[in-house]
Write a protein that binds this ligand. Structure first.
Ligand SMILES: [Zn+2]
Length: 340
């Protein structure tokens, strides 16, 4: 009898709690009107969501108002998903987010030297957003060029800031910080500085990142030393292993000078750490869209090809990603100090 009452009580309490919850849900429905240029990721991010975690929920809630290609209708009202408070959505600030929110505070507590003080380095990781770049399948894992290029760029950004320089991550991913995993999980929510969705169209995509660099450059014209570093892992030719190559825009005196210093640092490092290896990476010219459009001198690095098994070792091991980034930062320090 006693337990009967207990069950009944529990049942009544449950109903009360349940109705309470649904009333709360009713009250807390948030809506938002799509503005010019809004996409799902952008609208979620602007409203404080981890876009990746809420993308599907957003689509589910608004399926009648989302176009075939997942784009939104300008001026239409959309329902925002309820924020889950399970702890997993606690904002996980990536380096990019930290840079975005506190451009002056990043690594302020861990500046080891001031060798890059006064320098601005723009980091463009190849591909991103809807374009994963070169893709390889390894032991059941899908490896995408953009994730590895991004990880290396983050490490360079960190190194630049640690030496007192200012780094801008032109391609950012709100939920990926520096990762030490061998297999980096692929996602498609990278965006372009400051918070632009990356278009599918190849030329628009490249133009967007060049414009982002130039927008920041326009506000920092007085800064003498500014360099763009672009990282790719899809060298031409996948059959034979390829070394690290450095490219600059034809006729760019400063781009060439920086590329040469970086190449020199790499050949010194390889000579020191792998004396029998033989390093054949060189400096060359390439007239690619981003390099052509960016105002600061650019060095375009091909670190090898992720589809080549031998090259891959250079990226899969996080210690190698760390070393490569460190060498690039060392090269930038040398180039900057020499330019003064
Ligand atoms: Zn690439």
């Amino acid at each position: 009898m006693k337990s009967g009452i207990y069950i009944l009580l529990t049942f009544i309490i449950s109903i009360c709690v349940l109705s309470e919850v649904s009333a709360q849900t009713q009250d807390s429905v948030r809506t938002v009107v799509a503005q010019n240029g809004d996409g799902i990721y952008k609208i979620l991010r602007r409203n404080g969501y981890e876009a990746k975690d809420y993308y599907n929920k957003f689509v589910e809630l608004n399926k009648d108002k989302i176009k075939e290609d997942d784009s939104l209708i300008l001026g239409e009202t959309y329902i925002l998903p309820e924020i889950e408070t399970t702890g997993q959505n606690v904002v996980n600030d990536s380096l990019h987010e930290i840079v975005r929110k506190n451009p002056d505070l990043l690594y302020a507590d861990s500046v080891y030297s001031k060798e890059l003080e006064g320098a601005i380095i723009y980091l463009i990781s190849g591909h991103g957003g809807p374009d994963p770049g070169a893709v390889a399948e390894v032991e059941g894992n899908t490896l995408c060029e953009d994730e590895y290029a991004y990880d290396i760029c983050l490490r360079i950004a960190k190194g630049v800031e640690e030496h007192g320089g200012k780094a801008y991550m032109i391609i950012g991913d709100p939920d990926d910080g520096i990762r030490d995993d061998k297999y980096l999980k692929v996602d498609y929510d990278e965006y372009c500085w400051p918070d632009l969705e990356i278009p599918r169209d190849h030329n628009l995509r490249l133009k967007q990142r060049a414009d982002a660099v130039n927008d920041i450059y326009a506000e920092n014209k007085s800064v003498k030393y500014q360099r763009v570093i672009e990282i790719h892992l899809d060298s031409r030719g996948t059959s034979s292993a390829v070394d690290v190559f450095f490219y600059h825009f034809p006729g760019s005196k400063n781009g060439k000078a920086t590329a040469e210093v970086l190449q020199k640092v790499f050949s010194e490092k390889y000579a020191k750490y792998q004396p029998n290896r033989g390093y054949t990476g060189t400096v060359g010219e390439r007239s690619l869209l981003v390099m052509r459009k960016v105002l600061p001198p650019e060095v375009f690095l091909e670190l090898g090809n992720i589809q080549n098994e031998k090259d891959r070792k250079r990226f899969l091991d996080s210690d190698n990603r760390k070393a490569i980034s460190k060498w690039i930062v060392e090269g930038l320090v040398e180039d900057y100090v020499g330019s003064k």
